[in-house]
Design a protein around this ligand. Structure first.
Ligand SMILES: [Zn+2]
Length: 241
């Protein structure tokens, strides 16, 4: 899920249609290939995205090869995200039916604790992003990251959303999104980050996927108290060996 806070004020550009060539060739049943802007170099193999601007966003994402660092020291690029969508045949469509409740999303199914996406299940993109190419690229990156199921076949979590937004920020550093010095492996930092970005709906999600729990810095309740933060030697506790 990707909740957008600001509607795009950019007017919807008129997209030239290619109906004339369709009728002249007699291939009226086959949809015309979407037109990419002149001068935009596209890879030889393209995903079957019918909308011209959504396909353009995919091509521009595919062009991005700068590394986005992840929690475990690995990295992702726009190209790897774009290739994942291509290799897995994931459709991309505008959310004309408001499936996502005002955001962008994919429908995820969970059965007996195992969650995943059906084959052919599209990524639905928020209609308000029409005409805003940087936002479309960022949204594709965010949603493809979810489709990769980076934490296994599990429910979405606050930690996964944090990283989905970090990934999209690596593609388009949108000013409404901030990361500050929050350490997402500290639950209080993660929750402050959500609050500071106005992502309160994500408080409905679990904090961390099970695979990340061993890395989470939970403050040990036994260490709370008047000596909190002081080395044990300074208080005479635990220093008698
Ligand atoms: Zn998301």
């Amino acid at each position: 899920m990707n909740k957008r806070l600001f509607a795009s004020l950019i007017a919807l550009p008129l997209i030239a249609t290619t109906w004339a060539s369709v009728f002249l060739s007699g291939a009226a049943t086959a949809p015309a290939a979407p037109q990419l802007p002149a001068g935009l170099a596209a890879p030889a193999k393209l995903p079957a995205i019918q909308d011209a601007s959504l396909l353009e966003a995919w091509v521009r994402l595919h062009d991005r090869q700068d590394a986005i660092r992840l929690w475990d020291g690995s990295s992702l690029t726009g190209r790897r995200l774009a290739d994942y969508l291509l290799d897995h045949g994931i459709p991309v469509a505008w959310d004309t039916g408001n499936v996502c409740g005002g955001g962008s999303c994919s429908i995820k199914h969970c059965n007996a604790g195992t969650c995943g996406y059906s084959a052919g299940q599209p990524i639905f993109v928020r209609i308000g992003e029409r005409g805003d190419m940087p936002a479309l690229m960022a949204t594709l990156a965010h949603e493809i990251f979810h489709r990769m199921q980076p934490f296994g076949p599990v429910l979405d979590t606050r930690f996964e959303e944090y990283w989905a937004f970090r990934v999209e920020y690596g593609i388009t550093p949108e000013r409404w999104l901030t990361f500050g010095a929050y350490d997402p492996l500290e639950p209080e930092h993660l929750n402050l980050w959500l609050r500071d970005n106005g992502f309160e709906p994500y408080f409905q999600l679990p904090e961390y996927p099970a695979s990340i729990e061993p890395l989470v810095n939970r403050v040990d309740a036994a260490h709370h108290g008047s000596f909190e933060g002081l080395p044990a030697a300074a208080t005479g506790q635990g220093a008698a060996e």
